[in-house]
Ligand binder design. Structure first.
Ligand code: DQA
Length: 145
């Protein structure tokens, strides 16, 4: 059975106090608890990580197995990290890109994602719900395997 990975990129450890008008007041811990609970209830293994170091994120992606599923909020790396994009295509795991804020309704530079083209889809702008909807999809995908 595959595992679901939820990887949070830079600055997301500060959720709750980081620009709450854009990212809401939920802390990363609160978001993670909901995700862990949902996956445990469904009986699907889940691993949740956050890092401010690009190489560390890439190492986690490299360690993914062929039946795993990736839910990723790459933070600002979304907009320019070809290294994160290449890591996803290198391991060929299905991935969903998520964002708390609607990146298409913000500054111009945020409207481009170099990651989305190598993902099955993108969920953006629904706050913590962006993650839980991505998890619903991943749980369905893994239980159908
Ligand atoms: C974000 C959007 C990015 O543009 C930003 O750099 C983040 C958070 C989001 O979840 O809305 O760090 O990924």
């Amino acid at each position: 059975m595959g595992k679901i990975w939820v990887l949070h990129g830079p600055n997301l450890n500060l959720l709750g106090r980081r620009e709450p008008d854009k990212y809401g007041t939920q802390t990363l811990d609160e978001i993670n608890k909901e995700l862990l609970h949902k996956a445990y209830t469904a009986g699907i293994p889940i691993q949740v990580e956050q890092t401010n170091f690009e190489g560390e994120l890439i190492q986690w992606i490299h360690s993914m197995g062929p039946d795993d599923f990736l839910i990723i909020n790459p933070g600002a790396w979304t907009h320019y990290s070809y290294a994160v994009r290449d890591a996803i295509t290198s391991v060929q795991v299905p991935a969903i890109e998520v964002h708390l804020s609607n990146i298409h309704a913000r500054e111009e530079f945020r409207k481009t994602s170099v990651i989305a083209p190598v993902c099955c889809g993108q969920i953006s702008g629904l706050g913590g719900k962006s993650y839980s909807l991505a998890l619903d999809y991943a749980l369905e995908a893994l239980t159908q395997k």
